[in-house]
Design a protein around this ligand. Structure first.
Ligand code: AMP
Length: 608
């Protein structure tokens, strides 16, 4: 039996397939939603997890770790880590740049994976109690944009909790599985709009006959309902300061209380138009009382919510689809309960959003379905993911040669034939590169190796290179000398897990430098062409130059000198002009050689 787990920023859930249906399991109190909160008692006794820990958040904020998902797999010195660390009331140790972030409680260090493992261990115990049997295998979901370190840390957290982690699954894909399971017979394209407490994910999937294919995915691991709570809490703090100018506003308990009140007010305003926030004894004997309307909340939340738009448009662009090409935009994640979020999703995708899925449970249900697919409990369903960046090889001139473009569905395979640039070369270096820039030096290097082949004249060797990405995103590179059949297979790390910041930066850079990159590629290609042409012309002159007039020969020599000069410069037009002038000047020479070759061929056939 394999369980499915949604390890959320705010809440976590666990479930299992029962009699062919995905079901979520409740804890001893009957709650399916376990707050992702861990409280460390001062006396060093066992931490409290879930609802009891969440209650301690107000009383002892410095000992109560919430939103640990924001730190899992994070390293000190990353911008987002520093911002997150400043925003939580517990102590985050992020002083050593490049080192993993940890939490400090009474001088003791706790890593984010250890803290997450407490949450997972509680889910495991609750599930074992509900099922009456031990469980050890799990599928755990993560945001689509989690990078490799974040995924590895999540996997480690699972292992620390005693699980064998069978699969790390992207959250929006999980939600789509839940949505799609009820519509197995239909062929449709849907966008899953997942707006939770800490992350926003947008994935576009195609469902047909039980095949789930991710067409594009985009998102932000630092965009969620928490951001809205923060701006609303800041607004409450302002009102508090207006009412009580002399009060101490630095107390962590006050700040936690305001955050809590802000979140509660935000949630109420999803259905009410107005709500009252009351914080008794906020300033000594005085209480803070404030009224907030939905309009006010929406005004404050607008900049946060609007940030989702960019990611949606980008995913549509990557999938090469228009909103009208989709059949639905499915909303999941707690923050999609906000009317303004629903309106935004409706506006971007030009339709009434689909709210049939339970916003808090759809991801966990999907994890359960994936667990079912792996264990064989669910059949006729296959899930396909995509590559976040293009994969290719370095070729002549340091250029990137793409074999598998960005956003290709995995598993996938692609191959191409390469040749030798130098005569009698004995080996070829296969440099595997990931990224969107034209030059290898601007992309990420995934690894390199050499393949030997039989020495051959220039451009005569044939080395086939094949890239293969399996369902887990693992990239295998095979290189084979077609003449001898000698081959090498090298397994590289995941081709799918790339840090969201790196993907975002790579794409932004590729857009920013598109013009320069394009120009550089053309210049390099023109140089390669010119460098190929020079010896060929020399060779032709040696072979048949005597049949040309002295002027024709001098003209060719002059054009060759011009080309050499252009090769020394940086001007693409000058190079192109010199190449085509040399091409023109050698027309007669080319014709003579062609005629000779024809005569040779005919003579060989005995025709003349
Ligand atoms: P998730 O990460 O999917 O569990 O979503 C948690 C986020 O949803 C938190 O930021 C919650 O404040 C938010 N949320 C939950 N219920 C509501 C609601 N009724 N209205 C607005 N936001 C909500």
């Amino acid at each position: 039996m394999i369980v499915g787990i949604d390890l959320g920023t705010t809440n976590s859930l666990i479930g299992v397939m029962e009699a062919g249906f995905p079901v979520l399991l409740a804890d001893a109190e009957g709650r399916r939603l376990t707050p992702s909160v861990v409280y460390f008692p001062a006396d060093g006794s066992a931490p409290l997890v879930g609802a009891p820990a969440a209650r301690m958040r107000l009383l002892e904020p410095a000992r109560t770790v919430h939103s640990v998902k924001r730190f899992i797999g994070a390293r000190s010195g990353e911008d987002s880590t520093t911002t997150d660390a400043a925003r939580v009331p517990y102590e985050v140790d992020d002083a050593t740049p490049g080192a993993p972030v940890s939490m400090r409680m009474d001088g003791r260090i706790h890593t984010p994976e250890e803290i997450s493992s407490h949450i997972l261990a509680k889910l495991k115990t609750d599930a074992e109690r509900a099922l009456g049997q031990m469980i050890s295998r799990a599928v755990i979901t993560v945001p689509a944009y989690f990078n490799e370190a974040q995924r590895a840390a999540t996997r480690r957290a699972g292992e620390l909790a005693g699980f064998k982690v069978e699969r790390i699954l992207n959250e929006p894909t999980a939600a789509a599985l839940t949505y799609g399971l009820e519509r197995l017979g239909e062929k449709s394209r849907v966008a899953v709009f997942d707006f939770g407490g800490g992350t926003f994910d947008l994935s576009i999937l195609e469902l047909s006959d039980g095949l789930f294919q991710v067409l594009a995915t985009n998102g932000n691991t630092h965009l969620g309902g928490d951001d809205i709570d923060r701006v609303l809490a800041a607004q409450l703090l302002e009102r508090f300061q207006e009412q009580f100018p002399a009060a101490d506003v630095t107390s962590p308990i006050l700040l936690s209380t305001l955050r809590d009140a802000a979140e509660r007010a935000k949630m109420l305003l999803s259905t009410a138009m107005e709500t009252r926030v009351e914080i008794p004894f906020a300033a000594g004997a005085e209480s803070l009382v404030a009224t907030i309307t939905r309009d006010e909340l929406e005004w404050l939340a607008r900049p946060t919510v609007e940030r989702c738009r960019f990611h949606c448009l980008r995913a549509l662009e990557d999938a090469k689809l228009k909103p009208s090409d989709l059949q639905a935009v499915v909303l999941v994640g707690g923050s999609t309960r906000m009317p303004m979020v629903r309106a935004l999703a409706g506006e971007i995708f030009e339709r009434e959003p689909d709210t049939t899925q339970h916003p808090d449970e759809a991801v966990a249900m999907g994890a359960v379905i994936q667990a079912g697919i792996l264990s064989g409990a669910v059949q006729n369903v296959t899930l396909l993911d995509v590559t976040p960046l293009s994969l290719g090889l370095e070729t002549f001139g340091g250029l990137m040669n793409v074999l598998i473009p960005r956003n290709s569905t995995i598993p996938t395979k692609a191959g191409e034939m390469f040749t030798n640039a130098a005569a009698n070369q004995r080996a070829m270096r296969i440099h595997v590169v990931q990224g969107e820039r034209e030059m290898v030096r601007d992309n990420f290097s995934l690894g390199q190796f050499e393949i030997e082949f039989e020495p051959a004249p220039r451009y005569q060797a044939r080395v086939g290179v094949q890239f293969e990405i399996d369902a887990n995103g693992l990239l295998k590179v095979l290189a084979r000398d077609t003449k001898t059949g000698l081959e090498r297979v090298v397994e590289l790390k995941s081709a799918v897990d790339v840090a969201d910041e790196r993907v975002g930066k790579m794409i932004a850079d590729s857009v920013e430098h598109a013009f320069d990159d394009f120009h550089e590629r053309r210049l390099i290609e023109a140089r390669l062409k010119a460098n190929e042409m020079k010896p060929a012309v020399r060779h032709a002159l040696d072979a048949a130059g005597s049949e040309l007039s002295a002027e024709e020969r001098a003209d060719i020599e002059r054009r060759l000198a011009d080309l050499n000069r252009a090769l020394g410069g940086e001007s693409l037009p000058a190079l192109q002009e010199a190449t085509s002038a040399l091409d023109d000047a050698t027309q007669t020479l080319a014709t003579i050689l062609m005629e000779r070759a024809m005569e040779d061929a005919l003579r060989k056939k005995g025709v003349i």
